[in-house]
Design a binder for this molecule. Structure first.
Ligand code: FAD
Length: 483
């Protein structure tokens, strides 16, 4: 049985960021993730906004960790080689009622320490974002708001943690937890058992279920479902600043944002639903399309190429705050739960906070002498100059074969992704690492090519390669020779 100092349960952005942070210390770390890939839960289904910290209620843990996390992103993006784009955001107001709310938001943002906030009006709004609805009168401008592809960040944290010795067990849902007399935990997964001195519970919407497995029935999580949609790149607008409407008490409203890859993304609805329900709902999509048009009238709402949904983990009776603390009932167990929005923006600060919490609890933590703080960034062929492309193709002709025409992804990029650690084993995992299949045709043309490359590189039959989940087989059998 493998023995670890710390076992982290859940490989979303929270678990991956914590694994990386703890791998700075002389600790043996394991991460158990139920899905076949990291970042396959809520981390893959959200807006990817790096909020500047202006929104959370002042004095909450969320407010503290959001403002800190946002400021950590520029450096992390350099070191870990993920894309981070800081274009700012505006909360847009249309009348005097909105103006009054914006004044309160400004006050709240300043209390939270969000830098350089400005309440603006008139032409300044359109100077900053010419596409904004001309009926807008007021706006709260937040220059530090950024954007990431959230799964890219989580994968970067994960790969860097692995470079520093952490071990990731994928397709390994924790189904039972035992604590021995000496305080050691044994966790059971379908692939076997692991033991650890401490457990960190980062299981997203299922963190309350994991807590119960360990005998710590301390909190309940409800899921707040959010629909989102992705627009084609020719939807009438490009390269816009993130725009919000004036929020309501229960939601930030329909937000329009530009992903780091150049698509317009519209999100998110907020409806309480079953934890595992990540279906897209028609009412939600309609609400998003009309809300987006209110912010930018020019948006062509017929150009939706994808809808998806994620669930925010809300701890009941916790004032919508993060729930990060040692268990009240089980020694050596730590909860990092209720990581609802802005969990992506806060994740690096959450990880640093958890490391401090473990230290204060008495976990022996000695810093390593040789922590590797940089990760080899993946090649993004679509972003290279002609000269760089030529040089790369001469070195490796696989970079001269385009697999995904919509997003200009080459065979070389897919092969590189397949030889990273942890190795992606599903088509969706390759998509999250390379963007193959994320364009207009949504994999219609390239999915079978990706499948073929995966089968060859992984030494498997195409029938053994799934789309994402364990039951999502793409190819069932061979119909005729020569296929
Ligand atoms: C619609 C929507 C929009 C959002 N927009 C933003 C935004 O713009 N900016 C922002 O900062 N935040 C945003 N968020 C919030 C953000 O997505 C979350 O805070 C973040 O993804 C939470 O990450 P996590 O790692 O805690 O949870 P998850 O990503 O859900 O990871 C938990 C992991 O635990 C695993 N797991 C569960 N049970 C077990 C078990 N028994 N054994 C092993 N593994 C287990 C799951 O498979 C999962 O991978 C949004 C959320 C939603 C839903």
């Amino acid at each position: 049985m493998q023995k670890y100092d710390i076992i982290i349960i859940g490989g979303g952005i929270t678990g991956c960021a914590i694994a990386r942070e703890l791998s700075k210390y002389r600790l043996k770390i394991a991460v158990c993730e139920a899905a076949a890939d990291v970042a396959a839960g809520t981390t893959k289904a959200n807006g990817g906004i790096i909020h500047a910290g202006d929104d959370p209620v002042p004095g909450t843990l969320k407010a503290f960790l959001n403002s800190k996390g946002c400021l950590m992103y520029p450096i992390l993006s350099e070191k870990l080689g993920f894309r981070f784009r800081k274009k700012g955001s505006m909360v847009v107001g249309f009348d005097e009622h909105d103006h009054a709310v914006l004044k309160k938001l400004l006050e709240r943002g300043r209390l939270n320490g969000a830098p350089n906030l400005e309440l603006i009006q008139g032409e300044r709004i359109f100077d900053l974002e010419p596409e904004t609805n001309r009926k807008a009168k007021y706006a709260l401008y937040t220059p530090h708001t950024g954007m990431v592809d959230p799964f890219e960040v989580a994968i970067a944290f994960c790969e860097n943690a692995v470079d520093n010795g952490a071990q990731f067990y994928l397709s390994s849902p924790v189904t039972a937890i035992r604590r021995a007399e000496d305080g050691t935990f044994t966790v059971t997964t379908p692939k076997g058992e692991l033991t650890g001195n401490y457990l960190v519970n980062c299981a997203g919407v299922h963190a309350d279920d994991v807590a119960r497995l360990a005998g710590a029935d301390e909190f309940t999580i409800r899921a707040r479902h959010g629909d989102l949609l992705v627009m084609d790149k020719n939807c009438g607008i490009q390269d816009v600043m993130t725009l919000y409407p004036v929020p309501k008490p229960e939601t930030k409203g329909v937000v329009l944002m530009n992903t780091v890859s150049g698509n317009i993304l519209v999100g998110s609805t907020a409806v309480m639903m079953d934890k595992d329900d990540v279906a897209s709902y028609r009412e939600g999509i309609d609400e998003l399309l009309s809300g987006a048009n209110r912010l930018i009238e020019k948006l062509n709402t017929r150009k939706v190429i994808r809808t998806f949904a994620g669930n925010r983990a809300v701890v009941v009776d916790n004032n919508n705050d993060f729930y990060i603390r040692p268990s009240k009932k089980v020694e050596g167990l730590f909860h990092v739960a209720g990581i609802q929005s802005p969990g992506i923006a806060s994740s690096p600060a959450i990880a640093a906070y958890v490391a401090q919490m473990l230290k204060a609890y008495g976990v022996p933590m000695t810093e390593k002498e040789h922590f590797i703080d940089e990760r080899r960034p993946p090649v993004d062929f679509s972003e290279l100059s002609m000269e760089e492309r030529d040089r790369l193709i001469r070195e490796n002709p696989a970079y001269g074969r385009i697999v995904c025409r919509c997003e200009c992804v080459t065979e070389g990029e897919i092969i590189d992704a397949l030889h990273r650690n942890p190795q992606p084993t599903t088509v969706d995992a390759v998509k999250r690492r390379t963007r193959a299949g994320m364009g207009r045709c949504q994999g219609g043309f390239c999915q079978q090519k990706v499948l073929g490359i995966m089968a060859k590189e992984l030494g498997r039959s195409p029938t053994q390669i799934n789309l994402g989940r364990a039951d999502s087989q793409i190819v069932y059998s061979k119909l005729k020779e020569g296929c």
